[in-house]
Design a protein around this ligand. Structure first.
Ligand SMILES: [Mg+2]
Length: 212
């Protein structure tokens, strides 16, 4: 792989495991869902809970036909939610942090919540810029942000490696722009997803860099 000047990194399930905070973070949302007929312990509810910990709430709500009033109340709740508990990056995040390239954190979610996670993780100084793509307030996509970073930093697609866990989010955005990708399969494997390289430990990434 060609030398990379810039790494664009996802946050949720890439820097830290959402499941480590998910039950606590989303407890008020899961309670609200019960008012709308969602029953704890059922396969359907447990499946949707897992999905909410992995993907933007709006997408999960759309795909699962959430009641419109529930969506409104959930949005009101999530817009003001912050996480103030302890958070820790994955142990192998240190390998990613040490890589000699400029790093940009690009994450999708509610702005206030995503910023609070960055703060609790203590990772802000690791990144040249932290960008939150918030579908609640903007139609911008991750691809739009990646393009803006390339423009601002005078980078070509081949200068950039995009690192993330979601084939349909940052990995798809990177591929659409001709950027190389590292699919991080720590929480979930995606055997059919296409990516330049993949692994479940950022130590692998170090090797890929050394072999360039
Ligand atoms: Mg993610």
């Amino acid at each position: 792989m060609k030398n990379k000047k810039a790494l664009i990194v996802d946050l949720d399930n890439t820097v830290y495991p959402v499941k480590s905070i998910g039950e606590q973070l989303f407890a008020p949302l899961f309670e609200l869902m019960q008012e709308y007929g969602w029953t704890p312990g059922t396969d359907r509810f447990e499946g949707v809970k897992e999905d909410i910990m992995r993907r933007p709430f709006q997408k999960v709500a759309d795909d699962n036909g959430f009641n419109a009033e529930l969506v409104q109340r959930a949005l009101e709740l999530l817009r003001t939610t912050e996480y103030t508990g302890e958070m820790n990056p994955y142990a192998d995040y240190e390998s990613l942090r040490r890589l000699p390239a400029d790093k940009y954190l690009v994450t999708t979610g509610f702005e206030k919540l995503q910023r609070s996670k960055v703060r609790q993780l203590g990772i802000e100084a690791d990144f040249k810029k932290v960008s939150v793509v918030d579908p609640d307030v903007s139609d911008l996509s991750k691809a739009d942000i990646f393009k803006a970073i390339m423009h601002e930093e005078n980078l070509k697609p081949e200068d950039v490696l995009v690192i993330g866990d979601d084939p349909e989010s940052e990995i798809a955005a990177a591929r659409s722009l001709g950027m190389d990708t590292f699919l991080y399969e720590k929480e979930k494997a995606h055997p059919r997803a296409e990516a330049t390289c993949r692994g479940s430990n950022f130590g692998d990434l170090e090797n890929i860099f050394r072999l360039k």
